[in-house]
Ligand binder design. Structure first.
Ligand SMILES: [Zn+2]
Length: 457
């Protein structure tokens, strides 16, 4: 139980708790922003407490999106903390973790982290934490970044898309992982093998099939096999970002059976869009690794069902509209879905017989665990009072103009999705109502906080 008395009571016939979905009443202390108790549905409202009755709308734990490229400062015209966190709030995401690249500076030193925090602090409509970056030459910065509170370190094995965040060569990867394992840190990896990508056909031209051929599954499979070997060597924790190739799932499952600490995420676009439906020239669908064929998508859903894949997070990676055009060789690779991840995944999940508790596990509980944020990701006493209120049977058509992303280019334009986010709550306060952030105007101080890696004792 929380120390402060509950003064807010949330009630729904469908509350998603770690034990499943049931009618319940959730008592919240707005003074400390935490859940005091999860009680039977018909519990009397304590005197003086405010009741919010959501009827049959579903009370989910607020989403934790551990893969967001905010790009601020430095490429704020692509996305900034204010626009990203407003989009997050509108989409039911209450915590996001910023990727270390595409901003300038990239988050590869403590000094750069402090610059990013200063920018984020004033604009945080949701809670924000940071990944650091492992790049050539910053081995000595890793421990200080860890101590300064980053959740882990991202690296690339091939060109990242931006020159100020270079990839690690094999010997540098080996050294970085050894260093990170030495202080119990986590390495998160864009896993595509550079040699196999180099050897694949060029991606230039308007045909999606050519782009797909330029990023073969084998490149992901081989990179993941190499990482498993290194994780074994260093007894290190590794996380595979944005898994697209389902062929790598047996490797990952076998490594885990062997006791290797490896986790995996996939993304809404891999679970809901298919190569077969991408029109030629439609560069809004370009991302790396790429959206693959329907049969591969089926196998990714199987990986979620059997628990091999832990998390579903957005890899929200926007840019300005002018950089998203041209052919598949030139266009920026990245799909924006911070505000749409929940309905996009739910739309497909429900067709495949998956449940809202599954969704909460993949998009909230498991990412919170990956990030080490013990007070996030569940509706249970002691956790932060972060919620997404969802009307899962309701549909809407994606109108790019309704997105709070700084740039509205989206692969989901015109799609009809199931699941309308009615409201979003952060530490007991409503931060978005019917798709609109509730305190959008300056100088109102937004309610989000900057989070640091929690120290385990
Ligand atoms: Zn990314």
């Amino acid at each position: 139980m929380s120390d402060a008395d509950p003064d807010l009571v949330l009630r729904s016939t469908r509350v998603v708790t770690p034990e499943g979905m049931r009618a319940a009443t959730v008592a919240v202390s707005t003074a400390d922003g935490t859940i005091s108790a999860v009680l039977p549905y018909d519990t009397a409202v304590p005197p003086g407490a405010r009741l919010e009755d959501f009827g049959d709308d579903v009370l989910l734990p607020g989403l934790v999106d551990t893969h967001v490229h905010v790009n601020d400062p430095g490429r704020t015209e692509w996305e900034g903390f204010a626009s990203a966190t407003r989009a997050a709030a509108a989409g039911g995401v209450t915590t996001l973790v910023d990727m270390p690249l595409n901003s300038v500076p990239p988050t590869t030193t403590v000094q750069a982290l402090e610059i990013k925090r200063a920018v984020a602090r004033a604009a945080a409509h949701v809670d924000i934490a940071f990944w650091g970056g492992a790049v050539p030459g910053n081995l000595r910065d890793l421990r200080p970044l860890h101590d300064a509170g980053v959740l882990g370190f991202k690296c690339f094995l091939l060109h990242s898309g931006v020159d100020e965040f270079p990839q690690l060569a094999p010997a540098e990867l080996d050294a970085a992982l050894g260093e990170i394992a030495g202080f119990g840190g986590l390495l998160i990896v864009h896993a595509e093998d550079p040699q196999l990508i180099d050897r694949a056909p060029s991606p230039s031209g308007p045909r999606y099939a050519d782009f797909l051929a330029s990023r073969p599954r084998e490149a992901e499979n081989r990179a993941i096999a190499g990482l498993i070997e290194l994780a074994r060597k260093h007894a290190a924790r590794v996380h595979i970002l944005h898994l697209s190739s389902a062929e790598a799932l047996p490797l990952i499952a076998a490594a885990r059976n062997e006791g290797i600490e490896i986790t995996v995420e996939t993304c809404p676009h891999f679970l809901t869009l298919t190569a077969e439906e991408v029109p030629d020239g439609a560069t809004e669908f370009k991302c790396c690794p790429p959206i693959r064929e329907a049969a591969n998508q089926d196998a990714l859903w199987q990986g979620l069902a059997d628990g091999t894949i832990d998390c579903v997070v957005s890899d929200h990676s926007p840019c300005t509209a002018d950089l998203k055009v041209g052919d598949f060789g030139q266009a920026w690779g990245g799909i924006s879905s911070l505000q749409l991840g929940l309905p996009a995944v739910w739309t497909e999940a429900r067709l495949r017989g998956r449940t809202l508790p599954d969704l909460a596990r993949w998009m909230s509980t498991a990412p919170a665990a990956l990030a080490g944020l013990a007070h996030k990701g569940a509706i249970e006493p002691g956790c932060d009072a972060d919620f997404a209120v969802l009307a899962p049977e309701e549909t809407f058509t994606v109108d790019p103009a309704a997105l709070h992303h700084r740039n509205q280019v989206t692969a989901y334009a015109g799609k009809t999705l199931h699941g309308v986010v009615r409201s979003t709550w952060l530490r007991g306060r409503k931060i978005a109502d019917h798709g609109t952030p509730t305190n959008p105007t300056e100088p109102t101080t937004p309610h989000g906080r900057l989070l640091e890696r929690q120290h385990h004792t």
